[in-house]
Design a binder for this molecule. Structure first.
Ligand code: ACM
Ligand code: ZN
Length: 481
């Protein structure tokens, strides 16, 4: 049998014979110092399996490939030689644990499944308007108050019950270690200056008005942002980041930067004074200069900041300041940033936002995405799929939304340009179902991966019914295939 492999390896050659692959089949592992870190070769010939790699990631990926071969060949494998290495250094998946909370055991299953497809970055969305989910020892109210909301009313659905949950620092370390054993670096996201309601609910001095409030219960973009003109509020952010840097050994910290309304800043004396002090003309520049200050603070701690593309609006950020994650950038600011030498992570809303229905983003559309079309191959550090959870109310639903579409992101991150036939990828994806199932994850059944047009329209309309945005629906259909 010939195996199915996702992502497809860079080179695969069949060499003639056949090998019986038992579970206890001996595997020889040899050092090959000349190979890059994530590269490996795997030979299956005349009953033996040989792996060569220069370091742990390469050995790990060879074993993951072998696992797929064993799963999809069912015993006998055509002899082969694989020489493999990824195109992109960042192959990520984002899980939003704020809108609906998913805990340690659920995350571990997702991490295991993602590692099977050689994803190497877990972007952990830990703070938002609807919940603060990471314990910060200096500010206990963040989790005592900010992790709890009385009800959830996303998309007009009244869940009618309280929702809470957060990760202790011990649990954070447990997930970081679990990921490290699977060659995955964790990127925590601490949102600022927007998506900050749960933090302000915990400590009202963080907002421009000092008003008391509760974490939000619905989806949306909310006005209560961090008061960037208040030195104490900025010091709070730095204190939080000190603890975050101590917990996450990776190179990157995501600091949000998306969807921050200006209305509170417009009425705030402190923010006005800050703008005068820095001679800033507008609020985009105020956000840009704040993000720059925080990025530089992180750099002193040896970390690189990542920010969503909106932070580029103020024209204050340079390639040496931040990495930019592009999700929706109608003005093409990411391209300008890339032309100056900036690095970009591609998470295109229309292709890689897997919280939306398959009717909007079928597997085929996710597979066909060209990550280099926007900013050029030289600038794209990687790809990342996003699973936001406003409308994801159960782990089973989360699994169906993410799988198998996550495999399309894994394929692109490893192989780069979209090459290869979709029909082969789809067959291979179906072949991976037992492997994914081993982690207690049930993907969407194959007959629903690419719904026909009438079914697509129905799925999209049903999905958006509670938070109807006709513009968004129109765009979903008009966007490139
Ligand atoms: C985002 O979806 N607001 C990054
Ligand atoms: Zn303010």
């Amino acid at each position: 049998m010939r195996p199915y492999l996702i992502p497809a390896p860079r080179e695969l050659e069949y060499t003639g014979g056949k090998t019986l692959l038992r579970d206890d089949c001996p595997v020889t592992v040899t050092d090959a110092p000349a190979l890059p870190g994530e590269a490996y070769t795997l030979k299956i010939e005349r009953g033996s399996v040989c792996i060569t790699a220069s370091s742990e990631p390469g050995r790990f990926y060879a074993k993951k490939t072998l696992e797929q071969i064993k799963t999809t060949c069912q015993g006998v494998c055509d002899d082969l030689v694989i020489r493999d290495a990824p195109v992109m250094s960042h192959r990520g998946f984002l899980i939003d644990c704020c809108r609906h909370f998913y805990g340690v055991e659920e995350l571990k299953r997702l991490i295991d499944a993602a590692a099977s497809f050689k994803l190497n970055r877990f972007h952990w969305h830990l703070t938002d308007d609807q919940g603060w989910r990471i314990e910060i020892k200096q500010y206990p109210l963040l989790t005592e108050v900010g992790s709890f909301r009385n009800n959830s009313r996303f998309g007009g659905v009244n869940e009618g019950k309280p929702h809470d949950g957060f990760f202790t620092q011990e649990q954070i370390r447990e997930i970081v270690d679990y990921c490290a054993e699977r060659q995955i670096e964790v990127i925590p996201e601490i949102e600022m200056p927007g998506h900050f309601t749960a933090a302000i609910a915990s400590y009202p001095f963080l907002g421009c008005t000092g008003e008391r409030m509760e974490p939000e219960q619905k989806e949306g973009i909310f006005p209560n942002v961090l008061c960037v003109g208040n030195e104490k509020a900025v010091a709070f952010v730095k204190d939080v980041l000190d603890e975050v840097c101590g917990l996450f050994p990776g190179r990157f910290v995501h600091i949000g930067g998306d969807e921050a309304p200006r209305i509170r800043w417009q009425c705030c004396e402190k923010c006005a004074a800050k703008m005068r002090e820095l001679a800033l003309d507008d609020y985009d520049a105020l956000q840009g200069s704040f993000i720059k200050e925080i990025a530089s603070y992180l750099r002193k701690m040896g970390k690189t900041a990542i920010t969503w593309n909106e932070s580029l609006k103020g024209d204050r950020l340079y390639p040496e300041d931040v990495i930019v994650q592009r999700w929706m950038d109608r003005k093409g600011l990411c391209r300008g940033f890339a032309e100056k030498g900036g690095k970009v992570i591609e998470s295109d809303f229309y292709h890689y936002y897997f919280d939306y229905p398959y009717g909007m983003t079928p597997l085929k559309k996710a597979f066909a995405y060209d990550p280099f079309a926007g900013c050029g191959a030289g600038a794209v550090m990687g790809v990342e799929c996003c699973l936001w959870t406003e409308f994801v109310r159960s782990f089973d639903d989360l699994c169906e939304k993410l799988f198998p579409r996550l495999l399309a992101t894994a394929e692109r991150g490893w192989s780069g340009y979209p090459t290869g036939r979709y029909v082969d990828f789809k067959t291979a994806s179906a072949g991976m179902l037992p492997l994914i199932g081993e982690y207690g994850i049930e993907p969407l059944p194959p007959d629903r991966w690419d719904p026909a047009l009438p079914a697509r329209a129905k799925e999209v309309v049903v999905f958006f019914k509670g938070s109807l945005d006709p513009g968004l629906i129109r765009q979903a259909f008009n966007s490139r295939k």
